[in-house]
Ligand binder design. Structure first.
Ligand code: AMP
Ligand code: ZN
Length: 133
C-alpha cells in the first residue's frame, strides 16, 4: 500500500522520530503549528480509529501519554491541545491515523479545540434524541 505514514513508521522514508514503542511512533510534524508539534501514529495501517482493534486503542493512547510526558519535561509548555482530524470533512489529509499533540503556551495566540467549528442548529435535546433512540 502506498501510504506515507506506513513508510515513515517502517523507516522507509526519514522523519524526526522523538518516540517509539512496539506499536506506535511519535514524529515531529513537518509543518509544526507550535514548537514540538508531534504526531503519534500506529505502526500498523489504520485510516482512522474505526480501523483500530479495540485492544490496541489503550496502547495507542499510552503512546500519546508518553509523548505528552516527554514534551512536558523537555519543553515546559503551559498545556497541550491533543486531537485527531477524523475524516476528510474534519480536515484529515493523510489517511493513516495520527494523533496531533501540540504543546501550548498561554501567549501562543491559538484557540481551543472547540473553536474549530460553530454550530447553531438543533438543540442539545434534539441531538440527544437522535443519538440515543
Ligand atoms: P491531518 O490534516 O490531520 O491529516 O494532518 C496531517 C499532518 O501531517 C499535517 O500537519 C502535516 O504537516 C503532517 N505531515 C505530512 N507529511 C509529513 C511528513 N512526511 N512528516 C511529518 N509530518 C507530515
Ligand atoms: Zn498507513
Amino acid at each position: 500500500m502506498d501510504c506515507i505514514f506506513c513508510k515513515i513508521a517502517h523507516k522507509e522514508i526519514p522523519s524526526h522520530v522523538i518516540y517509539e514503542d512496539d506499536d506506535a511512533i511519535g514524529i515531529l510534524d513537518i509543518h509544526p503549528r507550535t514548537p514540538g508539534h508531534t504526531l503519534v501514529l500506529p505502526k500498523f495501517h489504520a485510516a482512522s480509529i474505526d480501523d483500530v482493534p479495540p485492544e490496541k486503542m489503550g496502547d495507542l493512547f499510552g503512546a500519546v501519554k508518553s509523548v505528552v510526558i516527554l514534551l512536558k519535561e523537555k519543553l515546559s509548555p503551559d498545556g497541550f491541545s491533543i486531537g485527531i482530524n477524523h475524516g476528510e470533512a474534519a480536515g484529515q489529509e493523510v489517511p493513516h491515523l495520527h494523533i496531533h499533540i501540540m504543546p501550548r503556551w498561554r501567549d501562543d495566540g491559538g484557540g481551543c479545540i472547540q473553536s474549530i467549528a460553530e454550530y447553531k442548529k438543533e438543540s442539545v435535546e434534539e441531538i440527544k434524541k437522535k443519538i440515543i433512540s
